[in-house]
Design a protein around this ligand. Structure first.
Ligand SMILES: *[C@@H]1O[C@H](CO)[C@@H](O)[C@H](O)[C@H]1NC(C)=O
Ligand SMILES: *[C@@H]1O[C@H](CO)[C@@H](O)[C@H](O)[C@H]1NC(C)=O
Ligand SMILES: *[C@@H]1O[C@H](CO)[C@@H](O)[C@H](O)[C@H]1NC(C)=O
Length: 177
């Protein structure tokens, strides 16, 4: 009887007492406060929450040019732009990244119009680069957990010489810092 119960008991105890070794998910680049010009390339590097006991699935990079109003249906929920959905290799969930994030992203020029959309100009605007990461640890959850990391970006700084505009080589160099 005891021998039959022991494995599940041990497992339960391990679950109850194992600390979660999650890395804090972090947007390394662009650093908080980075100035980015409209249309400029900026270095992107994200440290996933994946760790020895934490699996990461996909993360989605969204730029909020206006923060979300509230968690409710709205046709004016927020404003911004989605850069895409990416993944990082992390064994055993994702042995090989299927769509790794590029080393740099391109900031849209939001003054441009597209279709019915009228662009607008702005300078020294605070934007919010957000990463939503789907992940799971050893503790049951209905659906993957979702973390949120945010770095602020200054769009179209009037101290223009400080705006970041990386070429590919510079983006690669920044990545190896
Ligand atoms: C980024 O900078 C802003 C303004 O200084 C600050 O409020 C925010 O907490 C910082 N965010 C991070 C992730 O450090
Ligand atoms: C990650 O997202 C892609 C689509 O971008 C999807 O095909 C894939 O199934 C997702 N992977 C996981 C583990 O959710
Ligand atoms: C950037 O800022 C300058 C100076 O305020 C302004 O003339 C220009 O229209 C802005 N550009 C965009 C794309 O918003």
């Amino acid at each position: 009887m005891f021998l039959k119960l022991a494995p599940s008991l041990v497992l339960a105890l391990v679950w109850a007492f194992t600390p979660i070794h999650a890395t804090t998910p972090t947007i390394v680049l662009p650093a908080n406060g980075t100035k980015v010009a409209p249309g400029a390339q900026f270095a992107f590097k994200y440290d996933s929450i994946a760790d020895s006991t934490v699996s990461s699935y996909n993360f989605t990079v969204v730029l909020f040019t206006q923060l979300p109003s509230s968690f409710a249906e709205s046709s004016n929920y927020a404003a911004g732009y989605t850069f895409g959905q990416f993944d990082v290799a992390n064994y055993p969930a994702i042995p090989y990244a299927q769509h790794p994030a590029p080393p740099f992203l391109v900031m849209p020029d939001f003054s441009k119009s597209l279709g019915w959309g009228m662009g607008a100009s702005i300078s020294d605007a605070t934007f919010y680069l957000a990463v939503f990461e789907e992940y799971a640890n050893g503790q049951p959850s209905v659906g993957p957990r979702i973390s949120l990391s945010i770095n602020e970006i200054v769009y179209n700084s009037t101290s223009a010489e400080e705006n970041q505009d990386y070429g590919e080589t510079e983006a690669q160099t920044a990545l190896s810092l």
